[in-house]
Design a protein around this ligand. Sequence first.
Ligand code: DC
Length: 227
Amino acid sequence: MTHASTIAIDGTAASGKSTIGEMLARRLGYLYLDTGAMYRAVALAALRSGMEIANEEKVSRLAQSIRLEILPPDGYDDGRQYNILLDGEDVTWSLRTPEVNAVVSQVSTYPGVRRALTRLQRRIGQHGKVVMVGRDIGTVVMPDADLKLFLDASPEERAHRRHKEMAARGVESSFDEVLRWIMHRDQIDSCRDIAPLRPADDAVIIDTTNMSVEEVFEKALKLAEDP
Ligand code: DC
């Protein structure tokens, strides 16, 4: 078989999905789409509008009305993987704040929000040559993907990675707090009724706890070249 054209990468928070997804897309010359950023953009838009995050109807309507554009990171040298525009404004780094972290999982439980974003994700994925990263890509968004990976790691290792990543960007955080949030978000992501976080039956599960980024990448690349 030829290389996988549609690659779905799902997994727990900070399991390495976006790092591996981006590396794989770059190596294969594919489009990279981080769907978590799309849920974050809806959360940011809701926070900015001042609406109650608990108001499911309003947040869902907002998700249907905003304009999201995801563009290559050309021209920037600050470690970003893409530019994401919310109604024309570059909000790439505003998506990674503690305020957004605190509400994004709740926003992503709303069926209306998921419907709007899933539709957009499928449209982007339909032409193939894409690495799409999220929680429900292999199960819901692209159930026919040529390759499905599911990444996981221990909560402590994931908190360590996220803590380091935030520090590198100058965002202060306490390790314990990051660990608590990661576990809290996994809980919400795994227990929601619609599109819960779980591996597709035909996903390859990779526990990255004791693996280097290069090891995970090599394994993912081999699978992509010979799915
Ligand atoms: O990967 P991330 O931390 O940026 O994801 C942010 C939130 O969005 C996370 O709580 C789960 C949710 N999400 C989702 O429900 N479905 C996706 N396909 C991607 C992310």
